[in-house]
Design a protein around this ligand. Structure first.
Ligand SMILES: CC(=O)SCCNC(=O)CCNC(=O)[C@H](O)C(C)(C)COP(=O)(O)OP(=O)(O)OC[C@H]1O[C@@H](n2cnc3c(N)ncnc32)[C@H](O)[C@@H]1OP(=O)(O)O
Ligand SMILES: CC(C)C(=O)C(=O)O
Length: 516
């Protein structure tokens, strides 16, 4: 009897490029480096680190990641334009394992209305783009954007020409999430059978989730010969997002009997990286999200609990430990020490120095005095709060608020900077927080417009920490702030202060105001 060897599927993560295109999800250099390092720990094969022509910030991020992060291929995106390709290579050239990804739309709609190019020009530009990229580096990916809506005969011609020009991976995007699983499977099957040089390339897929079918379409493609899946952590990405990495990977693993395929992903890192990306981008993961949602392995119904107690496989097709949930809840509280805190931080995907552990430990002990139990969400919020700190910053000393419903009588705030305290009082504002924000503006001299403000629970229970996320506009630029506390007003004040500190440090979101 012969056993069929599973096929290895390449996991191409585009959280830092397509994921970042998600409105409000821009990341700064430090955050991108942290995500890139965690993607390596996760075991992804390729990291699409950005689109270097986009901005100096994107260029620098790709350059820094290519130059410092090892353990995965680092990829940069480029249009089929010389300047884009040259800029991508400029960003990648210091890396040891790099890929240039060139793309050009091929569907009739994109040809006619967006690019205003005929079929011949598309083929010529695609070939020129691949060849120019190839003159810099061996590993070249080509994507016929909107492939899923492209005429089959033309798609075959473009793919064949791109491979002949040197594309080592050809990626088939369903750019607008229009495909259905059976139809997308037919496209992949058709390419495998009709493109004569298809065996000289890795066939990849890049599916969007507009109809909620991105994972299903990607898996249908794998069944028909695709060897690479492009995906993102938490399914982040343009509009409704991309194929979710955690869902695609766990489907391949849990149903390896069916797909006969495997990936190199260390699945125990899935929950930690999901939380990291959620904390950094402010995109909350829905509780019932498959694999990494808080409820993904929670059971409430009595009949299910009864089954679980007798035999977990009655209601669980995956083990929570396999995706990074801690089954045995190691409770962290006021009697815990640095070692347990450092261990849990590592498990959550943070790479903290000893000094950073010491700093977070101070906050941890203060919190433990207020709360019965410290959950993973609390630890992540404490670390993120320290991560967002900026040197020589304004610190909150205390605040007081006198208010009755609908009327603020007086808000007083005391801030310190460089050891010196300043205070301001204010009796205006639409509510306690607004009044405190106005008082902070008086002290710091920075006037802003609040564009977005949210408070969410960082963990469980009525004593849970409130985590506040804010976006403010100042001089036409957008700045983000984050703050956490068991007191939700204080969390809001801390987030506001963090945004003010970012204004002073010039750390905007790379987003002009009004942009999405
Ligand atoms: C499906 C995807 O996700 S593709 C990636 C999408 N991501 C992004 O667009 C994010 C980053 N983009 C940007 O920062 C900007 O769009 C830039 C810097 C790339 C370009 O900015 P601008 O030069 O101002 O052009 P703008 O964005 O307005 O228009 C895009 C231009 O690129 C052309 N274009 C689009 N795709 C391609 C391509 N693959 N190859 C060549 N040209 C292309 C369009 O036809 C248009 O050209 P035109 O100005 O001659 O009409
Ligand atoms: C650049 C390509 C792969 C893309 O993002 C898309 O088509 O959605």
């Amino acid at each position: 009897m012969t056993t069929k060897m599973p096929r290895k599927i390449t996991i191409f993560d585009t959280t830092l490029r397509d994921g970042e295109q998600s409105p409000g999800c821009s990341m700064n250099l430090k955050e991108k480096l942290e995500v890139a390092q965690s993607l390596v720990d996760l075991g992804v094969d390729v990291i699409e680190a950005g689109f270097p022509i986009t901005s100096i910030g994107d260029f620098e991020a790709v350059r820094e990641i290519a130059g410092t992060v090892s353990g995965a291929t680092i990829c940069g995106l480029a249009r089929c334009r010389e300047a884009d390709i040259d800029r991508a290579w400029e960003a990648l050239k210091d890396g040891s394992n790099t890929r240039i990804h060139v793309f050009l739309a091929t569907s009739a709609i994109h040809r006619e209305f967006k690019l205003r190019m005929d079929k011949e020009e598309i083929i010529r530009r695609a070939v020129e783009g691949v060849k120019r990229a190839k003159s810099y580096c061996d590993d070249i990916e080509f994507s016929p954007e909107d492939a899923a809506r492209t005429e089959h005969d033309f798609l075959c011609q473009v793919v064949e020409a791109a491979i002949a020009a040197g594309a080592t991976t050809v990626n088939i995007p369903d750019t607008v999430g229009y495909a259905t699983p059976t139809q997308f499977a037919e496209v992949i099957h058709m390419l495998v059978n009709r493109v004569p040089n298809i065996d000289q390339t890795v066939l990849s897929v890049h599916c969007h989730n507009d109809l909620g079918l991105a994972v299903a379409n990607s898996l249908a493609a794998v069944e028909n010969g695709a060897g690479q899946i492009e995906c993102t952590i938490n399914g982040l990405g343009e509009r409704a997002g991309n194929c979710s990495l955690e869902e695609a990977v766990m489907a391949l693993r849990t149903r390896s009997d069916y797909y006969q395929a495997e990936t190199g992903i260390n699945t125990q890192r899935l929950v930690p990286i999901s939380r990291l990306v959620s904390n950094i981008t402010g995109m909350v993961v829905q509780r019932n999200k498959a694999i990494v949602g808080r409820n993904a392995f929670a059971h409430e119904a009595g009949i299910h609990q009864d089954g679980m107690l007798k035999e977990p496989t009655t209601y669980e097709i995956m083990r929570p430990e396999d995706v990074g949930f801690t089954k045995t809840d190691l409770v962290l509280g006021k009697h815990s020490g640095r070692a347990a805190l450092a261990d849990r931080s590592r498990a959550l995907g943070y790479h903290l120095t000893d000094e950073q552990v010491d700093a977070v430990f101070v906050d941890f002990k203060k919190l433990a005095d207020k709360k019965k139990e410290i959950y993973d969400g609390d630890i992540a919020a404490l670390i993120e709060q320290r991560n967002t700190e900026i040197g020589d910053q304004w610190q909150l000393v205390s605040y007081e608020i006198q208010a009755t419903s609908g009327l603020v009588r007086q808000a007083k705030i005391v801030l310190s900077r460089g050891g010196q305290e300043s205070e301001a009082t204010n009796s205006e504002g639409d509510g306690p927080l607004d009044a405190l924000f106005l008082a902070i503006e008086k002290i710091t001299g920075k006037s802003v417009v609040v564009k977005d403000f949210r408070v969410q629970s960082a963990s469980r229970g009525k004593d849970a920490q409130g985590e506040s996320l804010i976006e403010v506009e100042h001089n036409g630029r957008v700045y983000r702030g984050r703050g956490a506390s068991t007191d939700t007003v204080e969390a809001g004040v801390r987030a506001f202060l963090n945004a003010i500190n970012r204004i002073e440090a010039g750390q905007d979101t790379n987003k002009p105001s009004g942009a999405v």
